[in-house]
Design a protein around this ligand. Structure first.
Ligand SMILES: [Zn+2]
Length: 284
């Protein structure tokens, strides 16, 4: 080593004369020690973040228990390109639907109570009459259960002639749940590649349906649609078109966003990232 530390031997510190001045190597021993000293903070399990709420079904009038996320217990850490929210603690989308286990009426939880007597009649005639019941014994919903509940909400919403945007949004959440399911498959699961490929196809199918429904909602509904203002909605459409490989359609929405001065920089930045991703794909 350099002479900088020469002479340390005389102080009994010859073992440090070769020490690297600017590159700290972590000592394993001290790291271990730190680990031991640190009090163990237990991350809450999914079941600890759920409680049971009594819900009255607006279709059949029966009361049933529903799993609900405890308010204030989960933190959103990021969003996917299509605005899918990611929470640190759990996938909140699994708890997005309320479903009556008796009559089969289901909806996005926020829309569950909005059911006219005419709509209830449609649900009874088309769903309840054949419905064989829902049975969930676990403390939490698995992805498969959540996807089944999402499908039940989708058919209920179609049967009750709910808004097109509501149907499209349920398709979008089914796409998100399918993505979540794919991400939850551990790397050492046998046949993982085949499962991922199938789930990717299924997700693509849901996203295409969502894009189709949202495009139709654009013609028939006024903003806000699904709680989104006009340009956030355009952004969502550009993202769905991008994800499903419909790049020209995606770029049309991107341009609408970029040429408008009133649109926030946050949305513009997101739109630019889609534009860049498409040019990269096209040039490769
Ligand atoms: Zn019911």
């Amino acid at each position: 080593m350099s002479d900088v530390l020469s002479g340390l031997e005389s102080m009994g510190l010859g073992n440090l004369s070769n020490i690297d001045l600017f590159n700290d190597k972590k000592s394993n021993a001290s790291a271990e020690k730190k680990k031991e000293e640190k009090p163990e903070i237990k991350e809450p399990e999914e079941k600890d973040l759920i409680y049971i709420k009594k819900v009255e079904c607006p279709c059949c009038g029966r009361e049933f228990p529903e799993k609900v996320i405890r308010p204030g217990k989960v933190r959103m850490i990021s969003q996917d390109i299509d605005l899918r929210p990611r929470y640190k603690e759990l996938d909140t989308m699994k708890y997005n639907v309320t479903a009556c286990p008796t009559c089969g009426y289901a909806a996005l939880s926020r829309d569950f109570t909005h059911l006219s007597s005419g709509q209830a009649r449609f649900v009874k005639e088309k769903i309840s009459i054949n419905f064989t019941g829902l049975k969930y014994d676990g403390d939490i919903y698995s992805y498969d259960e959540a996807i089944s509940r999402g499908k039940l909400a989708l058919v209920s919403t179609v049967v009750k002639r709910g808004k097109i945007s509501e149907r499209a949004y349920i398709c979008l959440t089914l796409g998100w749940l399918t993505r979540g399911k794919a991400e939850s498959i551990a790397e050492d699961v046998p046949g993982r590649e085949a499962m991922l490929s199938q789930l990717s196809d299924e997700e693509n199918g849901y996203l295409l349906k969502a894009a189709e429904g949202f495009t139709e909602a654009l013609l028939k509904e006024s903003f806000p649609i699904c709680g989104l203002d006009e340009y956030t909605f355009f952004y969502l459409l550009s993202a769905l078109d991008y994800e499903t490989g419909r790049y020209s359609e995606s770029l049309k929405f991107v341009e609408k966003i970029l040429i408008n001065r009133a649109v926030s920089e946050r949305i513009k930045d997101k739109a630019r990232r889609i534009k860049e991703a498409i040019s990269e794909i096209r040039s490769s």
